[in-house]
Write a protein that binds this ligand. Structure first.
Ligand code: ZN
Length: 419
């Protein structure tokens, strides 16, 4: 069900240092209906390592993708944020690259074709490739031609025949999920037109450290990318990194642009300045991660103390958010065993049981029905929206705790008490 890598995913060095010990958990998005056979999956490690040679941060435990992705509840269009993000993406990338009107575009891991639909609406020729027949059928239904396949060296010929070579190849987040990145990148190179561009978005390691987005470290995210190792890796794959843009998605991400080695395009100065900035920041020093862990551990100790006190006097505790990141955070903070239930606003998540501890997921109506004393906002990046939507719970004496980046207690303004 899993194997453990012994070499760096980018440079193949075997000098790897543990930089953040994470709790082992079952696949973090394994929210199941009672009675489903896959409800009990074992725990797998998700410790974060750094390569001493190139600085790439990565997981060495590689869980069978079938276990991780077999239960896709969502397709990408289920989020309006993502819809807006992809519209802006299509505008920005086509303008920056000055794509000709008849340019051909391949999206790898194209899901339900949402990004490609934005490019198609702007007149470009598009092709998707995705291993899930289910989402590919949804893409086809919206008029996006999609190959059902993993993207690897065995697929490049079929991909080229179906619409290549491509002026633009996009990959969003899949570049964080693939174990064999070298094969992935060289396959991209093979299907690119001579002056074509590879654009990919990945969450950014520096944002993870600065904004304590530690709940973004889990089995699916095999890589936590940064510019220094990526530049070296691209060169080793016959590509060159020519631009990097910082974007706010997923708690902080980078959009990277690469062209074939030998392309006359001059790399933007931002590539070198970001690398200098990463080094100055200490992104490649273990002590940086020791400090991050000490900070998160202190938050965990304080939070579990508060919850234990509430439980000791007969109170109850719930959390808000049923997703991959909230499973990570609840495990990391040591609170999952203390929860009576988890609230989530998405009906697809409700009535399911969370991974490992089988905590039931309910709608926000449960806040009125069960009146938990404390609700931990595990979906802390959405704290403002959740608090705004649940004023009634607060007005009845409820209490939200935002765990990150530092503990914040939110009570009704007329009953606010110092802690
Ligand atoms: Zn390396």
């Amino acid at each position: 069900m899993m194997y453990t890598r012994t070499t760096c995913r980018l440079c193949e060095s075997d000098a790897l240092t543990l930089i953040y010990k994470m709790p082992a958990t079952p696949p973090v998005d394994n929210f199941r209906l009672p009675g489903e056979p896959e409800i009990s999956l074992p725990s797998f490690p998700m410790d974060l390592y750094m390569c001493d040679a190139c600085g790439h941060a990565q997981l060495l435990a590689v869980v069978d993708p079938q276990l991780l992705y077999g239960n896709y509840i969502y397709t990408s269009s289920s989020s309006t944020d993502l819809d807006n993000h992809f519209s802006a993406y299509a505008d920005r990338v086509s303008a920056y690259l000055q794509l000709p009107p008849d340019a051909s575009i391949l999206d790898v891991g194209s899901n339900d074709g949402l990004l490609l639909s934005k490019f198609k609406a702007r007149g470009f020729r598009v092709l998707g490739i995705d291993p899930s027949a289910y989402v590919a059928a949804e893409a086809e239904a919206r008029g996006i031609k999609t190959l059902v396949s993993f993207f690897d060296s065995a697929a490049t010929e079929t991909v080229l025949r179906a619409g290549g070579p491509f002026d633009l190849v996009t990959a969003n987040n899949v570049f964080s999920h693939a174990d064999n990145l070298r094969e992935f990148a060289t396959s991209v190179r093979e299907v690119l037109a001579e002056n074509g561009t590879f654009v990919f978005e990945v969450s950014y390691l520096k944002d993870l450290v600065e904004h304590v987005v530690i709940d973004y470290v889990y089995h699916e995210h095999l890589c936590q990318h940064s510019v220094k190792p990526l530049k070296q890796f691209m060169a080793a794959c016959g590509l060159q990194l020519i631009n990097v843009e910082r974007i706010p998605t997923k708690g902080g991400s980078i959009r990277c642009y690469a062209k074939k080695a030998g392309d006359p395009t001059k790399p933007e100065p931002v590539v070198e300045s970001m690398i200098a900035d990463e080094i100055d920041f200490g992104l490649y020093q273990k002590s940086t991660y020791d400090r991050l862990k000490a900070r998160v551990d202190a938050i965990a100790a304080r939070l579990t103390g508060m919850l234990d006190e509430t439980l000791a006097r007969g109170g109850s505790v719930a959390s808000y958010g049923a997703s991959a990141t909230t499973t990570v955070l609840n495990a990391l903070l040591g609170i999952v065993g203390k929860l009576s239930f988890i609230v989530d606003d998405n009906p697809l998540r409700q009535n399911r049981l969370g991974p490992g501890f089988f905590v039931p997921v309910r709608s926000s109506a449960a806040l009125a029905d069960f009146r938990p004393d404390i609700v931990v906002l595990s979906a802390w990046r959405f704290a403002d929206q959740i608090v705004a939507k649940n004023q009634e719970y607060l007005s009845r004496g409820g209490c939200f705790i935002v765990p990150l980046p530092d503990i914040q207690v939110v009570k009704h303004e007329y009953s606010r008490t110092a802690i």
